[in-house]
Each structure stands twice: as C-alpha cells, then as structure tokens.
Design a protein around this ligand. Structure first.
Ligand code: PQQ
Length: 256
C-alpha cells in the first residue's frame, strides 16, 4: 500500500500570470511563517515538552519515529536519483551520510536514534525490528518518501524545509528532558545535539536553492509554500498516528 492519496496535487505549470514574484526576503518570510503549523504545536509534542508523557508513551514515540529515521535516507536517495545537477548532488549526499554514518568513527544518525531507544528503555531489537511502528505512522512517512520519488526533485528539496523549524524542537528536548524525564539516560540525547548543526547546514543549502529556483514566478513561489505545507501535514499526521497508537495500547491494556 502506498500513501499517495495525501500528497498534494501535481504541480501546476509555472505560468506567467502577470503577478511579479515576491522579493526573496518576503518569500523567505512566508516560508518561515509556516512555523505556526509545525508539529511542535501538536498536542503530543506539547505534552512531551511539558513532561506529561508516561515512560511507555515516550518509548512509543521513539519506536514509531524510528521509521521516519530509516526512511529519510531513502527519501534523500530518491532526490539524488532524480537530480541531474552534480553540484546539488554533491551537497545532498551529505544528508545520507549523516543518517547512515561514515564508518566506526561516525556511526550516524540511525545508530544514534537506536541509542536514544536504549536510553528510554527499549532494546535495540525493539527499535530496529519496526514491530512497534503503527500502520498510520508508516502511511504518513511513506507519503513523504513517495512524494520525493514521484514529484520533481526541486519540490522534494523544498519539502525538506520543515527543517527550518527543527533546531527549535531539538533544543527544546535537550533543555527539558533531563528535568522532566530524569529516568532517561542523558547520553541518548546525542541525536538531538548532532542535529542542531546538521539541520542548520541542510537548511542553508535547501533554502538558498528554494529561494532561487522558485522565484522564477509567483506561481512557483506559491507551489513551494504548498509543498512545505504538505510536509508539515506529514509530520502532523505522524504525530496524530503516534498519539492514537498510544491510546489504543492503553485501551487494550485496560481491557486485559
Ligand atoms: O525531531 C523532529 O521534530 C524532526 C523534524 C524534522 C523535520 O522537520 O522534518 C526532521 C528531523 N527531526 C530530523 O531529525 C531529521 O533528520 C530530518 C530530516 C528531514 C528532512 O526532511 O530531510 N527532516 C528532519
């Protein structure tokens, strides 16, 4: 099954409708203005930051989110496969290495997420087997990978720009978890620390490209905003899926 249905409609051709493109500063402000729809505002993430998740719920989030972690390199490989520009590929390939790792000295983000799993009390096998991943979480993440496979690579680049807002949520976890979840081994937070610099570097590149490429017409700029909204919806749907999964587990537990 794939999750194509929640992807936005195919791109409209970049017609010159007479409206001038927004200046870069204004276009960037519109993209950044999408932060109000970021999953940091989702009730599950609000509860997480306030320390209101039970250990089982926090473990459920880590286990489900692992499916996003292992899918990001597939999404980035789809962008590489569709992109004929060597300069872009040279930069973009770093993202795959960040997650997959470069060898023993740099085991990469997927390994760091497994260690986060261990820090919250899961086993490596609990995480890597994907047996705790809810069906709707898979659907949300697959929609993102399928989008990158099927849509123009330039749109897939723009869809990664939710990372504009990610350093804030990573920093929030680094700041709050030691107080509100003192039972979590702090070594497990290394994933979030690594992402602070990696996400900023990714965003520099992705934003520069998006501002240039999509400013060729006002219609293209609107399309970039639509694509960013699609990705925000993927993250929101993923949080919905995880929250509902935790409710279902509790209901089953109460019945048992
Ligand atoms: O923990 C988060 O809330 C969060 C959000 C996002 C995001 O905004 O897409 C990413 C990440 N983390 C992340 O760790 C990561 O590596 C990442 C890559 C991408 C992407 O779209 O290419 N998003 C994100």
């Amino acid at each position: 099954m794939d999750a194509e249905l929640i992807a936005p409609p195919p791109a409209a051709p970049a017609v010159d409708d007479g409206e001038a493109p927004l200046p870069h500063e204004e276009f960037e402000a519109r993209l950044r203005g999408k932060s109000t729809r970021y999953h940091i505002h989702h009730p599950f993430h609000v509860m997480m930051a306030e320390g209101r998740l039970t250990p089982a719920q926090l473990r459920g989030w880590v286990a489900n989110r692992f499916y996003y972690q292992v899918s990001i390199p597939l999404k980035d490989a789809a962008i590489l496969a569709n992109c004929p520009e060597r300069e872009i590929r040279r930069e973009w390939i770093q993202r795959i290495l960040d997650h997959d790792g470069r060898g023993a000295d740099d085991p990469g983000g997927i390994e760091a997420w497994i260690r986060l799993g261990e820090a919250v009390g899961l086993t490596r096998e609990d995480v890597t087997s994907l047996r705790l991943v809810a069906p709707a979480a898979r659907f949300a993440v697959d929609a993102y990978v399928n989008f990158a496979r099927r849509q123009p690579w330039e749109e897939a680049v723009a869809s990664s720009l939710t990372e504009l807002f990610a350093p804030h949520i990573h920093q929030q976890r680094i700041d709050t978890w030691p107080q509100v979840y003192p039972w979590v081994d702090p070594a497990g937070l290394q994933y979030f620390r690594n992402r602070l610099t990696q996400a900023r570097r990714d965003v520099d590149h992705g934003l520069r490209f998006t501002l240039e490429h999509f400013s060729r017409s006002r219609a293209l700029q609107e399309r970039a905003l639509e694509v960013l909204q699609f990705k925000l919806d993927v993250l929101w749907a993923l949080a919905d899926a995880i929250m509902l999964d935790q409710c279902e587990i509790e209901i089953r537990g109460a019945k048992a």
